[in-house]
Design a protein around this ligand. Structure first.
Ligand SMILES: Cc1cc2nc3c(=O)[nH]c(=O)nc-3n(C[C@H](O)[C@H](O)[C@H](O)COP(=O)(O)O)c2cc1C
Length: 174
């Protein structure tokens, strides 16, 4: 399945980290960029692991690596914005994962939303959240946000799709 022989740690498992990533990557998702405002300006990172959690009150969750620089801002500001990316923003998703954080927001257009969080121009829709809980799970954190505002920048836009490490577009069945 994969050439990398690195085994999953802490388990008596017969699969590697790469095999695990390949299998979970078979679940198709959209892609978001999670943003927040720090004293030094906007921060943000590409985040696949976003899902809605409850309806009343409305909450969502994201799974964040404990090493995330953006999350240290969110932990103190207690607010963040989930920008759901549109088709054509694969390069932006790449940049918010791999580019030096100090130039992510000078390379891509954004505005400041009502709640003070950055909203990316490439977003299909966005959710402003108050951080209500964060739970450490192994090398990640589950961050739970209470949704305090939502918006759709342009309803004609289509979503960016992510599947097995590749970006794609959504196609409706006839
Ligand atoms: C397609 C894609 C999806 C990603 N999803 C996540 C995710 O769900 N959670 C996470 O912590 N990092 C995720 N990353 C990695 C972060 O975007 C990357 O580590 C980023 O540099 C973190 O930035 P920060 O340290 O400035 O917060 C993803 C990267 C890519 C390319």
């Amino acid at each position: 399945m994969a050439d990398n022989p690195r085994k999953v740690t802490g388990l008596e498992s017969n699969f590697t980290v790469e095999e695990f990533k390949q299998v979970v990557g078979s679940f198709v998702t959209g892609i978001t960029v999670v943003t927040a405002s720090s004293a030094d300006g906007p921060v943000g990172f590409t985040c696949q692991s976003f899902t809605s959690l409850s309806l009343d009150p409305p909450t969502i969750l994201i799974s964040v690596a404990q090493t995330s620089r953006t999350f240290s801002t969110i932990a103190s500001s207690k607010r963040f914005c989930v920008n759901i990316l549109s088709t054509g923003s694969a390069h932006l998703a790449h940049d918010f994962a791999f580019m030096d954080p100090s130039i992510r927001f000078t390379t891509h257009s954004w505005t400041l939303g009502e709640s003070g969080n950055p909203v990316l121009e490439a977003a299909l829709a966005w959710l402003d959240c108050d951080l209500v809980n964060s739970i450490e799970v192994e090398d990640h954190l589950i961050a739970i946000g209470r949704v305090v505002g939502v918006g759709a920048l342009d309803e004609t836009r289509e979503p960016l799709i992510y599947y097995r490490g590749d970006f794609g577009e959504f196609t409706r069945l006839a």
